[in-house]
Design a protein around this ligand. Structure first.
Ligand SMILES: Nc1ncnc2c1ncn2[C@@H]1O[C@H](COP(=O)(O)OP(=O)(O)OP(=O)(O)O)[C@@H](O)[C@H]1O
Ligand SMILES: [Mg+2]
Length: 280
C-alpha cells in the first residue's frame, strides 16, 4: 500500500495538493469528527495529510485529540514564527495547524498579515497530498471563504430539519455569491444506509428545485456510540475502535477521497488556495 502511495506521489508535480473544506451550516452535526477521521483514514492509506483547524468553537481538533497547542496561525501571520513551528502531529502522522485565536476573520486581515500568511504557506517545508479544512458552524465570511477557496466542499448533514435548512442556506450563499456549484454530501449519524439515502434525497429535492447546484452523496456514517466514547478518550474513532461501523464508513469515505482528481494547473497548489482564501 505504501509503495503504491509513494509511486503515486512521484507522479505528482511538487506541491500539488487536494484541498477539501468540511462544512455544513449547523453546529454539532459532526464536521470535526468527519474531518479528523477522514484525515486519519487517508493517512493510513499512505497520504500525507494536513488538517487546518478553522473552527473557533469549543470542540477544537486539538481538544478532541488531547494535543497541546502553544501557538497558532495568528502567531505565524504576525511573523513571530513559521508555519512549520506551529504544526502539531496527530494520530497516524497527520499534521494539524491550530485555529487562529479570537474572532479574527481571514477576510479582514491587514496587508502585512495577508503577506505573512502567503509567505508562511510558500515557505512551508513539508509537502502534503491532502489539506482538510475543518470549518466552524454557521455561514460567516470565514466559513464562506474557506469553502470558496477549496477544490471540494464536503457538507455534513444529519437527519434534523435545522441541519437540512442550514445546509441549504450555506449552498444557496455559496452558489449565489461565490460560484461554488458542486457539493459532496456526507450523511452523518444515520440509523441505516437507507436513512442516509433518504436524508440525501430530502436535501437534493429542495436544492434541485431552488438552486443550480450538483450534489453527490459521498459518505453515509452510521450513528455509533463509539464516536462519543472515543471523543471522551480524546481519540479518533478510526484509531480507538477501528472495526466499529462508523470507522468502516470513514475508511470507505477515504477510499473515495483519494480517487478525486487534483487540478493540475495553478489551482492544484497550496499557494493558490491561500490566495483564494484571502483575496475577496
Ligand atoms: N456518527 C456519529 N455517531 C454518534 N455520535 C456522533 C457522530 N458524529 C458526531 N457525533 C457526536 O456529535 C457531537 C458533535 O460532533 P462534532 O464536534 O464532530 O460536530 P461539529 O459539527 O464539528 O460541531 P461544531 O459545530 O461545534 O464544530 C460529538 O459529541 C460527537 O461525539
Ligand atoms: Mg467542529
Amino acid at each position: 500500500m505504501l509503495d503504491q502511495a509513494s509511486g503515486l506521489r512521484r507522479m505528482q508535480p511538487k506541491n500539488q495538493i487536494k484541498v477539501i473544506a468540511v462544512s455544513g451550516g449547523k453546529g454539532g452535526v459532526g464536521k470535526t469528527n468527519v474531518s479528523l477521521n477522514t484525515s486519519i483514514a487517508l493517512a493510513q492509506l499512505g497520504k500525507r495529510v494536513l488538517v487546518l483547524d478553522a473552527d473557533l468553537g469549543l470542540a477544537n481538533v486539538d481538544v478532541m485529540l488531547g494535543l497541546r497547542v502553544q501557538r497558532n496561525l495568528s502567531h505565524v501571520m504576525s511573523g513571530e514564527c513559521e508555519l512549520d513551528d506551529i504544526i502539531i502531529e496527530g494520530p497516524a502522522g497527520i499534521k494539524i495547524i491550530p485555529a487562529t485565536s479570537g474572532t479574527q476573520s481571514m477576510v479582514d486581515l491587514t496587508p502585512s498579515e495577508h503577506a505573512g500568511l502567503i509567505r508562511a504557506f510558500s515557505d512551508m517545508q513539508t509537502q502534503f497530498d491532502v489539506l482538510i479544512v475543518d470549518t466552524a458552524a454557521g455561514i460567516s465570511d470565514m466559513v464562506l471563504s474557506f469553502a470558496r477557496a477549496a477544490q471540494d466542499v464536503m457538507l455534513v448533514v444529519c437527519d434534523e430539519p435545522t441541519s437540512i435548512t442550514d445546509c441549504y442556506a450555506l449552498m444557496k450563499l455559496l452558489s449565489r455569491d461565490h460560484e461554488v456549484f458542486k457539493f459532496k454530501v456526507v450523511a452523518n449519524m444515520v440509523r441505516s444506509p437507507k436513512e442516509g439515502q433518504v436524508l440525501f434525497s430530502k436535501l437534493a429535492k429542495v436544492s434541485d428545485r431552488f438552486l443550480d447546484v450538483a450534489l453527490d452523496l459521498v459518505g453515509v456514517i452510521p450513528y455509533d456510540e463509539n464516536i462519543r466514547k472515543a471523543v471522551r478518550k480524546q481519540q479518533a474513532i478510526v484509531e480507538a475502535f477501528p472495526d466499529s461501523p462508523a470507522s468502516r464508513a470513514f475508511k470507505a469515505l477515504a477510499q473515495k477521497v483519494i480517487k478525486w482528481p487534483i487540478p493540475n494547473q495553478a489551482s492544484g497548489h497550496l499557494e493558490f488556495f491561500i490566495e483564494q482564501l484571502i483575496d475577496n
